[in-house]
Ligand binder design. Structure first.
Ligand code: ATP
Ligand code: MG
Length: 481
């Protein structure tokens, strides 16, 4: 038998349950918004790592279309800039330009046949703009060249993405040998065209290494070469097919790589991987300080096993290089859609989650509740909230703790985050109502109450206690559910 609910205002509850309240994350770092269970919510992964609260600084953000994922990330980075952080952003929709400009830098717009080139195989040792950094000596101290490892990991992921399947042993070997040939031919600075050339026409020495003829080795690498050729001579040429354009600055606090020109391309994942690899090749610079690397629309690069694996490996490096990665997905099941349930692709996705101790979960559609609960260890209360949170409100899972946070935008930030201009041309600048209808016209059309929940929603505490949202700002408790 279920006992009848005991209803009380949160003002009463705080007196009734004074020791149930958890502590906050502290007041240092960047203000995100309002903790709906009491006070201001601040978050800084570097600070929390130093304090031992987090064991990794990475973050994943989930949410339905138009819930405010990108807005949160943009304003968060904008605020982090004040604290001296650097931000490198992969921007597939071309919506971070206003943020870049507000931070005094111009977005780097890449498009096929354009003027700018990024070399994803950059050794990353000595860009003049990062001159104060310690050069990557190229030796890992164990005889293995970490640059070579990084480059071959990138090439195999790229080839696998383009081929849309796992590589065969012969293909992997052909790629390794082609990279060595290309590196030798280019005086230590390989570029994709030289790798493609070396795949199509391997050296005698490479063929000798694996005891086959040059023709047979060329045959092994032919499919990969033809696919990679697309980035070199095909419709995607003119972005990643030469040495990096001189003078391209990574010295700015805010670096935005705008890939909107290829957003609709079936090769978006490969392009995002190239862009990310280029950024990562400079990650080893010692003087970078606090660095955030953001991948918006990250679902695009989880669709392929090798790329997912590559991304996870990069995630793992975050701690070593003082980098906080932030990846934005729509649904929690984006991580699973890489393969059928139960396969080891799912394991990879889960690995990425395990390496992201901060999970920010905006509203999810009803069908997602089960997956979200399982993958993110949500309590029943949190699952209940998934469909009821208005735009701008999210569940934050930080290590073992949960918070319900309404992200607050200042009027000055509205122009940086506005992606609704085409949907709501009539909206006044500075209108900061969290409950305005989403561009999808879906669930968050309902007006949010002051608590950031859609009308009629209630926060259910454990057992039979219902908290009345109108009084929530006065509750000192933190953990939900
Ligand atoms: N906390 C907030 N308060 C008020 N308005 C907000 C808030 N967050 C987002 N918005 C508004 O909602 C609109 C959509 O937000 P945003 O582009 O961040 O959504 P999204 O979740 O990234 O969507 P998509 O999945 O399409 O990328 C923006 O125009 C922004 O101005
Ligand atoms: Mg977005």
């Amino acid at each position: 038998m279920t006992p009848p609910a005991h209803r009380a205002t949160t003002a009463n509850l705080v007196a009734a349950y004074p020791f149930v309240a958890g502590g906050s994350l502290g007041k240092s770092g960047v203000v995100v918004g309002r903790d709906l269970l009491g006070g201001t919510f601040c978050y800084d992964p570097f600070q929390l790592y130093q304090e031992g609260f987090l064991t990794n600084p990475n973050m994943v953000v989930f949410g339905q279309i138009g819930r405010g994922k990108s807005s949160f990330v943009k304003s968060y980075l904008f605020r982090q800039i004040v604290f001296g952080a650097r931000c490198w952003i992969i921007d597939p929709k071309g919506e971070y330009s206003a943020l870049a400009r507000a931070c005094g830098s111009a977005p780097v717009k890449l498009y096929p046949g354009g003027r700018l080139r990024l070399n994803p195989l950059d050794p990353g040792s000595c860009t003049p703009d990062l001159g104060s950094g310690t050069p990557d000596t190229g030796s890992g101290g164990n005889g293995v060249d970490p640059r070579g490892n990084r480059q071959i990991a990138l090439l195999t992921s790229l080839a696998s993405t383009c081929l849309d399947r796992q590589l065969l042993p012969g293909e992997r070997t052909a790629l390794e040998l082609a990279l060595a040939d290309a590196t030798a031919r280019c005086g230590g600075m390989p570029v994709l065209p030289s790798v493609v050339e070396a795949l199509l026409s391997p050296s005698a020495a490479s063929a000798e290494t694996v005891h086959i003829s040059r023709g047979d080795l060329a045959q092994e690498g032919r499919d990969a070469a033809l696919e990679l050729r697309r980035l070199v001579h095909g419709d995607l040429r003119g972005m990643f097919d030469a040495e990096t354009t001189p003078g391209l600055s990574l010295n700015e606090q805010m670096v935005v790589l705008d890939l909107s020109a290829v957003y609709g391309s079936d090769a978006l994942a490969a392009i995002m991987v190239c862009a990310l690899a280029w950024l990562q090749s400079y990650m080893t610079q010692a003087a970078l300080g606090k660095l955030f690397i953001v991948i918006d629309e990250a679902w695009a690069i989880m669709a392929n096993l090798s790329v997912a694996r590559w991304l996870q490996a990069s995630w793992k490096l975050a701690r070593a290089h003082g980098v906080a990665n932030m990846a934005i997905f729509h649904r929690v099941s984006d991580l699973r859609s890489v393969d059928d349930e139960g396969s080891w692709r799912v394991g990879l996705a889960q690995g990425l989650l395990a390496d992201s101790e901060t999970r920010v979960i905006y509203g999810q559609p009803p069908g997602e509740a089960g997956v979200a609960q399982q993958e993110l260890s949500l309590s029943d209360t949190e699952v209940h909230l998934l469909e009821r949170m208005a735009r701008g409100t999210a569940i934050w899972k930080v290590a073992q703790r949960s918070f319900l946070v309404r992200h607050v935008l200042s009027a000055a930030e509205m122009h940086i985050v506005d992606t609704d201009a085409h949907m709501a041309g009539h909206r006044r600048a500075g209108d900061n109502r969290a409950g305005s209808a989403g561009p999808d016209g879906l669930t968050d059309g309902a007006l949010a109450g002051p608590d950031g929940l859609t009308d009629g929603a209630r926060l259910h505490g454990p057992g039979a206690v219902e908290l009345e949202p109108a009084r929530l700002p006065y509750v000192r408790g933190r953990d939900i559910g």
